[in-house]
Design a protein around this ligand. Structure first.
Ligand code: NAD
Length: 375
C-alpha cells in the first residue's frame, strides 16, 4: 500500500461490543478513532478510554453529524446494520459494516440505493475472507491451481446458547429465525475463490430436532444446511450451527476442482488442513497444510504477500489476522482502489442466507437469488 494521504477520522458505533475490536487495524491503516457511540453509557465510557476516543455519543446520528468523521465502523447488532450504514452513506461517510449486510431483501435494496447515491465507500467486514488459510485458498484458486472449481463446502459450527442469553438480539435474529441467519463467514471465503460468479438459486432444510432455551422455548433452528447453485454451475453446501453441543469449528472450508482439492482443518489438536494439487503431485495424496508452508519456495509462491511474514500486530489483532487485513483493504478502497467487498459482493454473500429463510418455510423449495446489480 502506498503512502497515506491523511489520517482518517473513524467513528465506531457499537463500541462497547464488537465495534471496539478494530483498533489495531485502524491504527495500521493510518486512522485514528475520533469518536465512539454506544447506547450503554457504561460500555461507552470503557470503550472511549480503551480506544482513546476524545468524543463519545449515545446517539448515533448525533455522532455522524457532529464528529467530523471520514469513516464509521458499524459493530452493532444485526438488525441495525443496514439502517446505520444507510445513515452514514447519506452523509458521504465511508462505512465498514459488520456481517451480515442486511436482515431482509427489502433492507438490502435500500442499502444498494444509498450506496449508489453516495460518494462514500461501503464495505462489509467479512473478516473470515482475510484469515491465513482462506487467503491461501483464494490465491491458489485465482492462480488456477485447483483447475475448474465445481464444488465447495463451508461450515460455521459455534455453540452460543449462553451468549444468546447475554446478547439477547442473537436469540431473536440468529437463533430465533429458521434457516441460515449467519452464513457470510462460510460463503464469503468460498465466493472469493469464484470471481465473476454468484449464487443464483438456494434451497435449505434443517433437522426436526429442536433445542430449548432456559425458558423452555424452542429455538427456530438446529443445524440448517443450505445448498447454493452459482451462475456458472458450482454447487456449494453451507452448514451453520450455533446451538449443538460440540467443540467449535467455525472456519471449515472445502474446495473441489478438476486439478486439486482442499480440506481445511476442522480444529482440534491433530487436525491440519490438507491439499492435493496435481501440479505438486500427480499421485492423489494429501499434503498437510503445515508441510506446504515449509516447502521451499512454495509459501513465497502461493501465499499472498501480506501473509509471507505477517507482523505480530496483524496476527494478534483478532480472527487470525482477519480483523487487521480487512481494515487495510477498506482504507485502500477509500483511497480509490477497487473494494473487494463492495455493496454488491456483500449482498452476493448475504442474500443467499436471507432466501434460505424463505426456502425453509416452503419445505426446502429452490428459490432464485436476485442480483443486486440489477436493482
Ligand atoms: N465478524 C466477526 O467475526 C464477528 C464477531 C462477533 C460479532 N460480530 C457481529 O458484530 C455485531 C455485534 O455483535 P456483538 O457480539 O458485539 O454484540 P453485543 O451485543 O455484545 O454488542 C453490541 C453493542 O452495540 C451496542 N448497541 C446496541 N444498539 C445500539 C445503538 N442503537 N446505537 C449504538 N450502540 C448500540 C450495545 O450496547 C453493545 O455494546 C453483530 O452483528 C455480530 O453478528 C461479528
Amino acid at each position: 500500500m502506498g503512502k497515506r494521504k491523511k489520517t482518517y477520522r473513524f467513528g465506531v458505533v457499537g463500541a462497547g461490543g464488537r465495534g471496539g475490536r478494530f483498533q489495531a487495524g485502524i491504527h495500521a491503516a493510518g486512522g485514528q478513532i475520533a469518536a465512539v457511540c454506544d447506547i450503554n453509557p457504561e460500555s461507552l465510557d470503557k470503550a472511549a478510554g480503551e480506544l482513546g476516543a476524545s468524543r463519545k455519543y449515545t446517539d448515533y446520528l448525533q455522532m455522524l453529524d457532529e464528529a467530523d468523521l471520514d469513516a464509521v465502523i458499524v459493530g452493532t447488532p444485526m438488525p441495525l446494520h443496514a439502517k446505520q450504514s444507510i445513515a452514514a452513506l447519506k452523509r458521504d461517510i465511508h462505512v465498514l459494516c459488520e456481517v451480515p449486510a442486511a436482515v431482509s431483501p427489502r433492507e438490502a435494496k435500500q442499502l444498494v440505493a444509498a450506496a449508489k447515491q453516495s460518494k462514500a465507500v461501503y464495505m462489509m467486514a467479512e473478516n473470515y475472507c482475510y484469515m491465513r488459510h482462506t487467503s491461501l485458498m483464494r490465491h491458489m484458486a485465482l492462480k488456477g491451481l485447483f483447475g475448474q472449481i465445481y464444488y465447495a463446502e463451508g461450515e460455521y459450527l459455534h455453540e452460543l446458547k449462553e451468549l444468546n442469553e447475554v446478547t439477547t438480539w442473537r436469540r431473536k435474529w440468529q437463533t430465533g429465525v429458521a434457516g441460515v441467519t449467519y452464513g457470510t463467514h462460510s460463503l464469503g471465503p468460498i465466493l472469493q475463490c469464484l470471481p465473476g460468479d454468484r449464487v443464483v438459486r438456494v434451497c435449505c432444510e434443517d433437522t426436526s430436532f429442536r433445542h430449548t432455551d432456559p425458558r423452555g422455548d424452542e429455538y427456530a433452528q438446529t443445524t440448517p444446511v443450505m445448498l447454493c447453485k452459482t451462475a456458472k454451475g458450482v454447487l456449494i453446501k453451507i452448514r451453520v450451527d450455533m446451538l449443538s453441543d460440540r467443540p467449535d469449528a467455525m472456519t471449515n472450508y472445502q474446495l473441489q476442482g478438476t486439478d486439486g482439492a482442499y480440506e481445511s482443518s476442522r480444529g482440534g489438536p491433530v487436525d491440519h488442513g490438507k491439499f492435493w494439487l496435481r501440479s505438486l503431485n500427480e499421485k492423489m495424496e494429501w499434503v498437510d497444510e503445515n508441510s506446504l508452508w515449509k516447502m521451499k519456495g512454495v509459501s513465497q509462491k502461493y501465499l499472498p504477500a501480506e501473509w509471507v511474514r505477517p507482523s505480530k500486530e496483524a496476527t494478534s489483532a483478532g480472527h487470525g489476522g482477519g480483523d487487521y487485513f480487512q481494515m487495510l483493504d477498506f482504507v485502500h478502497a477509500i483511497e480509490g482502489h477497487p473494494c473487494p467487498l463492495d455493496v454488491h459482493r456483500s449482498l452476493d454473500i448475504t442474500l443467499p442466507g436471507l432466501l434460505s429463510q424463505k426456502s425453509i418455510i416452503q419445505k426446502g423449495r429452490w428459490l432464485e437469488v436476485p442480483d443486486s446489480r440489477e436493482w
